[in-house]
Structure formats: C-alpha cells, structure tokens
Design a binder for this molecule. Sequence first.
Ligand SMILES: C[S@@+](CC[C@H](N)C(=O)[O-])C[C@H]1O[C@@H](n2cnc3c(N)ncnc32)[C@H](O)[C@@H]1O
Length: 220
Amino acid sequence: MSTKANATGNHAALMDSVYRGQRHFYDLTRKYYLFGRDTLIDGLDARPGMRVLEVACGTGRNLSKIGKKWPVVRLFGLDISEEMLKNARKAVGDGAKLGAGDACSFDSQQMFDEEGFERIVLSYSLSMIPDWETALDHAAAQLAPGGQLHVVDFGDLSGLPGPFERMLHAWLAKFHVRTRSALPSVAQQIADERGLCLTSTRGRFGYFQLHVLKAPTTSA
Ligand SMILES: C[S@@+](CC[C@H](N)C(=O)[O-])C[C@H]1O[C@@H](n2cnc3c(N)ncnc32)[C@H](O)[C@@H]1O
C-alpha cells in the first residue's frame, strides 16, 4: 500500500473510532456548539436542479436541511468515516448520493459520475482534516463554472475570555479538532490561484469563520 493510501486508511480508522459511539448523539449535542452551519445553508442560494455536494458530510444533518431549504437540488455527500455514513444514509435516504472517500483526493467522476458541482459545502471538517489545505484546494477544483464553495469552521476564538478560549481549545483537541487560524489566508491564496472571488465573515467572538469562494461563470 502507498504511504498516501496508508495515511488515508489510518485517518479513516481514527475518525471511525471517534464517531462509532458519538454518532448516536452527534446531532443532538453539536447544535449547541457548531454555530454558523444554518447561516451557511441559508446563504447557499441553490436553485432547482443544481448539484450540491457536502464534503465530509458526517451524519447528513446539513444535506437533509439543504434539501428542505432548497428543494429540487441534487444532493451529494462523502465522508471518510463509514460510521458517520451509516447515520447519513438514514438521514437522507434516497434523497442524496453518498460515498466513502477522502476530502483530499476523492474522484467525483468515479464516485458520483459528475464532473462539477454548483455548490460545495465544507462544514466543520477542515478542523479535523490533517492536510486541510489540500482538502480546501481539492474542493475548489470541483466547482462547476459559476459554482460556489461555502466553508464554515471554528474561528480563532480570540474574542472569548482567555481562560474560556484555552479550555475550548483543549476540549476540541480531545476530539482531534484543531482550529485553523490560517484558513482566511489560505482561502485567499487558493482564490487567487484559481481565479475565484472570496468573501469572508467572522462570527461573533471569532467563534466561527465563514468563507465563500465563487467561480466565474465561464472559464478564461
Ligand atoms: C465535525 S464532523 C462535521 C460533519 C458535518 N459536516 C457537520 O457539519 O455536522 C467532521 C466530519 O469530517 C469527516 N472527515 C474527517 N476527515 C476527513 C477526510 N479526510 N475526508 C472526508 N471526511 C473527513 C469526519 O468523519 C466527520 O464526519
């Protein structure tokens, strides 16, 4: 097995071990601290027939809400954890095409028989992906002309009182979550390299960060 395939296998096993038990109460608990997800969904502005992909879709909570908020879109989701995909399959049923894959290297043609997506979502996943810069760039590479990549994740938490900020960082680390303070600059770099237009929003207290990368309607 190649080193890359080995790393993917190890990370998949780690995510399965994190979520094997937690997947049963994930949606119930995360609504109290994964803020900004519904703001992202409201801002998708997805039209009927659009292909919407969530990379690292977890339990399928977002896909299910996207389907309700933006009816008649075509939903796709992938995750590295087979454990999380068990929940996602229950949550979306036949309403979405789902597959197991690595955010850094998935092949959308092979997995979904699609070459591009009008909307792509990365929600609280970059903070769990070791090579998150590659995952972000890979998602940007899957945009159809005029498509949009919407990203939400923990911010730098710098507006929180010091002890609370330190406690939160330590608690998140227990779940293999690392806040990505370089996300705004890396998103800007990827936008520049790929000719995308970036809009960024900082949530209250720096708790979350939201980025939208928009592709031009026609390739240059
Ligand atoms: C905190 S959960 C977020 C799930 C969902 N996006 C949400 O907003 O509720 C992080 C998810 O990222 C997935 N994940 C972590 N690393 C991944 C990778 N390299 N490729 C695909 N999925 C990955 C995990 O299995 C988990 O389902």
